[in-house]
Design a protein around this ligand. Structure first.
Ligand code: GDP
Ligand code: IMO
Ligand code: MG
Length: 427
């Protein structure tokens, strides 16, 4: 059995795209199981850079089949524009990309409501969403009135469902000061998109299970990160889906007994985009330095990402709620040039000092830092641990020991080849 789940261990943007693309060298199937175009996964091969939002990061590997499973929310216009970009760059999608008919559609009123809520929220209530309609779309799913990818195959039925949705959301839109898009305008937008998407429809849970059954290598690609998970994150400053490893089972229709291994990805420091608690945030010059060195600007919205030191209690939390078997440490190169690197080793909380993250008090914890020696050298040439400066090797081994999870991979640059692979994801 060779099914591996890869998830973000922090607040998203850990480098999931790069690591999934890298390990897909030997994968047969890559499955996205949650989230939608709020994700931005960056793939850099040579001088070419592609940011995928909906399509799995395995798409650059011609031998891999890619699945968008039922746990996802799909914006049809974003999907079609992504297909166009990939095909223009010579990456075939026909016959190797499959979309679940049960995944929910993000429609214009979802994006509209998301944007209006953010625009009208008072300080302290803003989530800082990507305004891609994610929350309202998952709301419709939970309310059991969502419109799904399979509905694109029956345009008359779709029009009726849109009319019903318009009457459900109309008052909400008006209350927020907006105007509900007209059903016929929405249909004119959807009509040309449907024939591009309908041929991709498949029973993706069957595809994923059959592949596992046959002994193929199946990778589940997480989106967002553990601390943005709807149940386990820093609620309410979270996304609206299950970003943790368990979400792979729910979102793809694969039982937990079929998963061989779970890998978590963390940067060598921490970032967060959007509002919400971030205990180790660096507000001043150091924070700016990490932002610039790491190119920490959102791949979906272009917003500057908040930056901070690595947070070990938060990573221990991620190790626990995901059941991590391994870690990939990315962006270690970004820390080059610092004399000292600080690491949050514990928190002071209303209930005393702890090495664990008390998620319900996350807004009130005070980080306790330890100083680690930094290094001056650039790391991007390193392909083995021995080629890293001693202080960088020690940093990786230190966090491995502190989190109690073995490091499978260290990333020292955005490019696919700028990587130190210590263990095979599937082996
Ligand atoms: P994802 O959402 O987890 O896939 O991550 P993003 O693609 O949103 O953000 C990660 C950013 O860091 C992208 O711009 C990547 O190209 C870049 N990146 C990934 N790994 C490394 C690394 O090891 N070093 C550097 N400098 N950049 C990296
Ligand atoms: P990837 O997959 C980083 C954040 C938003 C906001 C919150 C809710 O690239 O790691 P939403 O639009 O989902 O309702 O926004 O979640 N967020 C992300 N932050 N990376 C992501 O995805 C994110 N997806 C959502 O900034 O704080
Ligand atoms: Mg991202």
């Amino acid at each position: 059995m060779s099914a591996v789940v890869i998830v973000g261990a922090q607040w998203g943007d850990e480098g999931k795209g790069k690591i999934v693309d890298l390990y897909t060298e030997s994968a047969d199937v890559v499955v996205r199981f949650a989230g939608g175009p709020n994700a931005g996964h960056t793939l850099v091969v040579g001088d070419d850079k592609i940011v995928v939002r909906l399509v799995p990061s395995g798409i650059l590997r011609a031998q891999a089949r890619c699945i968008m499973a039922q746990g996802m929310v799909v914006d049809p216009a974003v999907l079609v524009s992504e297909l166009d970009v990939l095909e223009a760059k010579g990456h075939a999608t026909r016959g190797r990309l499959f979309v679940s008919d049960l995944a929910h559609l993000i429609l214009p009123y979802h994006r509209l409501v998301d944007g209006l809520r953010e625009a009208t929220a008072t300080d302290g209530q803003k989530i800082g969403t990507t305004k891609r309609g994610i929350g309202p779309c998952y709301e419709d799913k939970a309310a059991r009135r969502g419109i799904r990818v399979g509905d694109l195959a029956d345009l008359d039925g779709l029009e009726q469902k849109l009319a019903r949705a318009a009457s459900a959301w109309g008052p909400v839109v008006r209350e927020l000061g907006g105007e509900m898009p007209d059903v016929s305008a929405m249909m004119s937008e959807l009509r040309p998109l449907a024939p591009r998407i309908v041929p991709l429809i498949a029973d993706t849970a069957v595809l994923a299970n059959d592949a596992i059954q046959k002994g193929e290598r199946v990778m589940f690609e997480g989106a967002q990160g553990t601390l943005l998970d709807l149940d386990h994150g820093t609620y309410p400053f979270v996304t609206s889906s299950s970003a943790v490893a368990g979400g792979a089972c729910v979102g793809a229709g694969v039982g937990p007994t079929r998963i061989k291994r779970v890998l978590g990805i963390t940067k060598g420091y921490a970032t967060r985009v959007g509002e919400g608690p971030f205990p180790t945030e660096l507000a001043g010059e150091l924070g700016e330095r990490l932002r610039v060195a790491g190119g920490e600007f959102g791949s979906v919205t272009g917003r500057p990402r908040r930056t901070g030191w690595l947070d070990l209690p938060a990573l221990r939390y991620a190790a626990r709620v995901n059941g991590l078997d391994g870690l990939a440490v990315t962006k270690l190169d970004v820390l080059s040039g610092l004399d000292t690197i600080e690491v949050c080793v514990a928190y002071d909380t209303p209930e005393g000092r702890t090495k664990e993250l008390p998620i319900r008090h996350v807004g009130k914890v005070v980080p306790v830092y330890e100083k680690r020696p930094g290094w001056r050298e650039s790391l991007s040439h390193a392909r083995t641990m021995a080629e890293l400066p001693q202080a960088a090797q020690d940093y990786v081994r230190y966090l491995e020991a502190e989190i109690g999870v073995p490091v499978f991979l260290v990333s020292v640059g955005p490019r696919r080849d700028e990587t130190i692979v210590l263990r095979d994801a599937f082996g």
